[in-house]
Design a protein around this ligand. Structure first.
Ligand SMILES: [Zn+2]
Length: 511
């Protein structure tokens, strides 16, 4: 008895791959190799003939879809609006025009927004849709926005344009850019040496982070360096006036206003914000939650040695035994600048303790565990062998402070104020001073920055929407080319299969 292996034959009428399963195994007992060969050749010939026959009808069908789009464009009216426009033509009167758009950002789930510009039932229309950032929340400068047009006419034809892209950025500045590796630095006004110095700082910071913690960038990162804080603040909506640097980890974007006089502060801030972006890349998942003390601690750590003033503030607080339990710093820092500043120093010191005593590899494992959905206590326990309160007390012992009783920790956590509204970015102050003060942000940028969570704006929702232009009606197409192609492919498949079965049965009967 000869065993013949089953196989799949692929035929492709009109680009559709129709798999035909040749069930040779079941019939092998009755058929010799020579007969089998004949059967297969016979069937293949039939299938090829049918394929050629149906193909003759192909091109004519495809030509009937006559919706087209001209001059698609997105005009930036910074920082308020992005206006999408296009000219649409169709043989049949238009039924519906849909603008689909979104932003390149790490998010959980699909975030395609859809807008429905009003169209008259005509065959020609200039359509327009304004995305009003004042209503939706601002995208960060540098955000990569994609969009496409989906058009349906009254004859049932549909058309989807390719995806177009636009960078959401203030067009009035004469932006220049330099790149190295995964970092691109955008700047204007100041000489190239200024930009080069900042880029070198960013690259050094990446080297240090990778050496000390094993954290390496996974996606390209864009640094937008405004000529001063005021320019930067004018570019974003809803950011407090004291913000000096903004990190948008989900967008891989950092914004900082830096004058040449502030360059030392600027370099520290670049490193700090860059670290937030890297941690965002490393830990992003729909489950992860990185406690504030860890996120800020690693960011301050990556700046280099702790600033002398911060160090002094921390030493004084240690001497007074006046530091909150680490557990209380998991969901943001105090709204009071001095307490927040101290929390940055404390967070740095704890992260420094972990890296100095247990190595970089475990720090990387800790972030990985958080990404995979482990809670901080559980993650610390698994990787270091102690939980957060134990870590706190170990660190306090090193600093010469008494251990915190469990009741004190519980009370401190219970006394935490309600978390204030999370601001979109992770923020650093504008002063060229030594401090790095940021807003308390539990989960930076996750919810608030997310721009386009499947909003369904009504037809009248967009500002500045002109009436569509009308023109004469055109011819209609009875069936879309898609339907015809699919029908042809299925028919070919069924006839081929039937003939194959008949041939085999005939052979079996003849024996
Ligand atoms: Zn920070």
């Amino acid at each position: 008895m000869q065993v013949v292996r089953s196989r799949w034959i692929q035929i492709a009428p009109f680009g559709y791959n129709v798999p035909i399963f040749v069930a040779t195994e079941a019939l092998a007992f009755a058929v010799t190799a020579v007969e089998m060969k004949r059967v297969v050749i016979q069937a293949a010939l039939v299938v090829i003939a049918l394929t050629l026959f149906v193909r003759v009808d192909g091109p004519r069908v495809l030509a009937q879809n006559s919706i087209s789009i001209e001059a698609p464009n997105a005009t930036i009216e910074f920082p308020n609006q992005l206006i999408f426009t296009a000219r649409i033509r169709s043989n049949a009167p238009l039924e519906r025009v849909i603008l689909e758009y979104g932003v390149d950002a790490r998010t959980c789930g699909s975030v395609t927004a859809r807008a429905f510009p009003l169209v008259e039932p005509t065959t020609f229309a200039d359509v327009s849709w304004a995305w009003d950032m004042r209503q939706s929340g601002s995208e960060p400068p540098g955000a990569q926005i994609w969009y496409r047009w989906r058009i349906i006419d009254s004859a049932g034809n549909s058309f989807v344009s390719e995806d177009f892209r636009v960078t959401w950025i203030d067009p009035n500045h004469g932006w220049q850019e330099i790149s190295s590796g995964l970092i691109t630095l955008h700047w204007y006004r100041y000489p190239p040496e200024f930009a080069q110095e900042l880029l070198d700082t960013a690259l050094l910071a990446l080297d240090r982070l990778s050496r000390d913690t094993g954290i390496v960038p996974q996606d390209p990162i864009d640094l937008y360096i405004y000529a001063n804080t005021e320019d930067m603040l004018n570019a974003v909506l809803y950011v407090p006036g004291w913000a000096g640097g903004l990190a948008y980890p989900e967008h891989n974007v950092v914004l900082i206003g830096i004058t040449p006089e502030q360059i030392e502060w600027g370099k520290r801030t670049i490193v700090h914000e860059l670290t937030h972006v890297l941690i965002g890349q490393l830990t992003f998942s729909c489950l992860s939650s990185v406690p504030t003390w860890l996120n800020e601690g690693i960011a301050v750590y990556s700046e280099g040695d702790l600033d002398p003033l911060l160090n002094m503030l921390l030493n004084n607080a240690v001497a007074r035994n006046d530091l909150p339990p680490l557990r209380a710093l998991g969901k943001g820092f105090s709204q009071h600048a001095d307490r927040a500043t101290l929390s940055y120093a404390q967070s740095y010191s704890v992260v420094n303790y972990l890296i100095a005593n247990f190595g970089a590899e475990r720090m990387l494992s800790l972030f990985t565990a958080l990404r995979d959905g482990r809670r901080i206590d559980e993650a610390l326990q698994a990787i270091y062998g102690f939980g957060i309160d134990d870590l706190d007390n170990r660190w306090r012992a090193v600093r010469g402070m008494p251990a915190l009783p469990a009741a004190v920790i519980a009370q401190a956590v219970a006394d935490l104020p309600m978390p204030i509204a999370t601001l979109p970015p992770v923020i650093a102050p504008p002063q060229s001073g030594p401090l790095t003060i940021e807003t308390p942000t539990a989960a930076p940028a996750t919810a608030v920055v997310t721009p386009t969570t499947d909003r369904l704006p009504g037809p009248a929702g967009g500002a500045g929407q002109p009436a569509p232009v009308a023109s004469a009606t055109g011819a209609t197409a009875p069936l879309s080319p898609f339907d015809l192609r699919l029908a042809g492919a299925v028919l070919t498949f069924l006839i081929g299969l039937a003939l194959l079965v008949l041939s085999v049965l005939k052979l079996v009967a003849a024996r």
